[in-house]
Design a protein around this ligand. Structure first.
Ligand code: PLP
Length: 369
């Protein structure tokens, strides 16, 4: 069950358009596909050119703002959102701290694309971030839970450390979305996400967004998006608006089933399970206070690669695919992408299938090991 304030925000998300409709207006969000606007003497800044803003992108941002409880800016992908943050706040001579065990393209962006511009990347494992040296660090970017190992970091404690050191804290909240975890309420300066995952939720779009209550920062982010051209087209924004209406419903089923699947897998001693909702997760206590639910992603280590592949094949309704957060349960063997995990490690993303047949599929997979 979500806290009361988040339930109110879900209500706002669902009704912010309908409550403003005049008689005869379409109930559904119209999709406006335009690159240009008729210009008067003093055009509004958001009605000049489609690379600056479009009505459908703004409508989606209003829904994201309800999810985040803060002004939000849509980007063409999660990576575009991360790049937008880095380009907006970092300058030559700055250091940026990123997780050694987080999403690998974030490290590639900081370590390869930004390094020649004089930005130094420092990597620290998620569980050691609180003790990291923050001198000359302008930006700390964390993921909690981390992708793919599902380690957590205490965002309240980290934001206090960052504030004392003069560093900005950005949280990649892709795993949770603003409905399961509120980094801004815990003191972060910026929250961002790949909406390609649970927010989009149907494996059919690539998008991302950034949210912050700092108006100056938001202005810089909007300028970066404008000048790098990282705004999405209206169709993707329209699809995300539609998906956001069912986000809470989907998350509820996914999180409930994920707990059952994690418990079922953990009852088999050939599988090592990592799930923040299980008592043996090293950060279980933190997960209970920091997250509204422990999520829908499970780390499951099988004895070896063959066993992991056999589990997926025998289960029958576990899609071998990368990414996570979709309606379908899927599994990604992360060692194939170079993550520092065992060959038999699967990142399982639990979908919205009814729980009983899903658990039967898990049983079939386990029986085939
Ligand atoms: N952040 C995390 C935690 C991710 O897992 C991903 C993609 O897998 C990204 C960011 C990048 O998102 P996108 O693929 O939408 O650019």
């Amino acid at each position: 069950m979500l806290p009361d304030d988040i339930q109110t925000q879900v209500l706002d998300l669902l009704h912010h358009r309908t409550s403003r409709l005049a008689d005869g207006d379409p109930v559904a969000e119209p999709m406006v596909s335009t690159s240009t606007f008729r210009l008067g003497d003093q055009p509004a800044p958001d009605a000049i050119y489609g690379r600056y803003a479009t009505p459908t992108v703004q409508a989606c941002e209003a829904r994201l703002a309800a999810v985040e409880g803060a002004p939000s800016l849509l980007f063409a992908s999660g990576m575009a959102a991360i790049a937008g943050v880095m380009l907006s706040v970092l300058k030559t001579g700055d250091r940026v701290l990123v997780p050694a065990d987080g999403y690998f393209h974030t490290r590639v962006l900081a370590g390869e694309t930004l390094a020649p511009l004089g930005v130094e990347m420092v990597t620290v494992p998620t569980r050691e971030m609180l003790g990291a040296d923050l001198s000359d660090v302008a930006l700390v970017l964390v993921e909690t839970p981390s992708n793919p190992a599902l380690d957590l970091i205490d965002l309240g404690a980290l934001s206090a450390r960052c504030r004392a050191a003069g560093a900005l804290l950005a949280v990649d909240n892709t795993f949770c979305t603003g409905l399961l975890q509120r980094p801004l309420a815990l003191g972060a300066d910026i929250t961002l996400a790949s909406d390609t995952k649970a927010a989009g939720g149907h494996s059919d779009l690539i998008l991302g967004h950034v949210a912050t209550v700092d108006a100056d920062l938001m202005e810089r982010l909007a300028a970066t998006r404008k000048f790098t051209g990282a705004i999405p087209g209206p169709f993707e924004a329209w699809m995300l608006s539609r998906s956001l209406e069912t986000l809470e419903l989907r998350l509820e089923r996914m999180c409930r089933s994920a707990r059952s699947v994690a418990e079922r897998l953990a009852s088999d001693d050939r599988v090592a399970v990592r799930f923040p909702g299980l008592a043996d997760h090293p950060d279980h206590a933190l997960a209970r206070t920091q997250m509204h639910a422990p999520g829908f992603v499970i780390g499951a280590t099988f004895p070896d690669r063959t066993a992991a592949d056999r589990f997926i094949a025998a289960a029958g309704c576990i899609l071998p695919a990368t990414s996570f957060g979709s309606t379908h349960t899927s599994a990604d063997r992360r060692a194939r992408w170079g993550d520092a995990v065992p060959e038999g490690f699967l990142r399982l993303s639990i979908g919205i299938e009814p729980e009983a047949p899903l658990l039967s599929a898990i049983d079939r997979g386990l029986a085939a090991l």
